[in-house]
Design a protein around this ligand. Structure first.
Ligand code: GRG
Length: 294
């Protein structure tokens, strides 16, 4: 059986080591805040997906490590800003004080901005080696930029805020989450496929896989906010109901939401059925997404 725990631990070590080399400790307040949020926590699902996607098309982890680290920086920036008093106002993240609690609000805003910009600086420095063309790298940067921006994560967050207290239709909820959570997950898988040397046919199948696990990931996140253990999650639960947020369990009930997520994972696995055993990490991550308790 595939050792996903070991795979995620190794991913975490790799990402932390790359990040330490990109942003060594210089003792400044802004770097301390960036390092506080980036190091020592988080499942590292997005970088793991990027690496696993590369491996599934015969590429290596090394080929995509810097891009995977850049994607984790963008994700971490979104968590820092999402935790701010103007957003979800949370004090605990990844089992530690959120950035604005450990530092202060202004520093947390700047640390998020600095991680976002550092991510794109890091992407721009990826060497155009082997068969990779500048057009491939540009496609990756475009995909990640769109996923992070107003057509993706930020647009989804805006819809989320605007719909607090209003009951959404399922299709609108799905669109909101495809933007807020799904787009960056899809970008991580796409990046691995392209930089790993996959062909367009493989990239399409992997995109199909990514869209389905992205949706299941958000359903699982919603379910954990209802049923999860704060000690395991390293963050508070019950906040969605308090803020009258639109969630899958809220709209369709806990049991139906669970079945919906299971269905999504079944279809995701079907999308990558033609891939060989090198896609085992992708298969294990898909299953983990709905079975996780953190
Ligand atoms: C620009 C002011 C400003 C704010 C931006 C972009 C944004 C705020 C928020 C994005 C919304 C967001 C946080 C989406 C991600 C939702 C989600 C499921 C997060 C949890 O991801 P995990 O479980 O976390 O992968 P770990 O800690 O394991 O990395």
């Amino acid at each position: 059986m595939f050792d996903l725990r070991g795979y995620l631990e190794k991913t975490s070590e790799r990402i932390e080591s790359i990040f330490q080399s990109i942003l060594p400790d210089d003792g400044s307040r802004i770097v301390n805040a960036m390092r506080h949020s980036m190091l020592g926590g988080g499942k590292r699902i997005r970088p793991a997906l990027c690496i696993a996607s590369s491996e599934s098309v015969g590429g290596s982890a090394e080929k995509v490590l810097r891009a995977a680290c850049a994607i984790e920086m963008i994700h971490t920036y979104s968590l820092i800003h999402d935790d701010l008093p103007a957003m979800d106002d949370d004090e605990l993240r990844r089992g530690r004080p959120t950035c604005h609690i450990a530092f202060d609000e202004a520093t947390a805003i700047l640390a998020g901005d600095a991680l976002l910009t550092l991510a794109f600086e890091t992407l721009s420095e990826i060497e155009c080696a082997g068969h990779k063309s500048h057009a491939d790298l540009a496609a990756v940067m475009r995909k990640i930029s769109r996923a992070a921006g107003f057509r993706g994560m930020i647009g989804g967050q805006m819809k989320d805020i605007a719909s607090e207290g209003i009951v959404l239709e399922l299709a609108d909820l799905q669109e909101m989450h495809a933007m807020k959570t799904g787009a960056l997950i899809e970008a991580a898988v796409f990046t691995g496929a392209v930089l790993g040397g996959g062909n367009p046919h493989q990239a399409n199948a992997l995109t199909d896989y990514a869209r389905r696990i992205g949706l299941a990931f958000q359903i699982a996140d919603d379910l954990l906010n209802v049923e999860g253990d704060p000690a395991m999650l390293g963050k508070a639960v019950g906040s969605d109901e308090k803020r009258r947020k639109n969630t899958y369990p809220g709209i369709m009930g806990v049991e139906k939401a669970k079945r919906f997520a299971e269905d999504m994972i079944k279809h995701a696995l079907e999308a990558i059925e033609p891939f060989d055993e090198q896609a085992q990490p992708l298969r294990a991550i898909a299953t983990f997404i709905i079975e996780r308790n953190y």
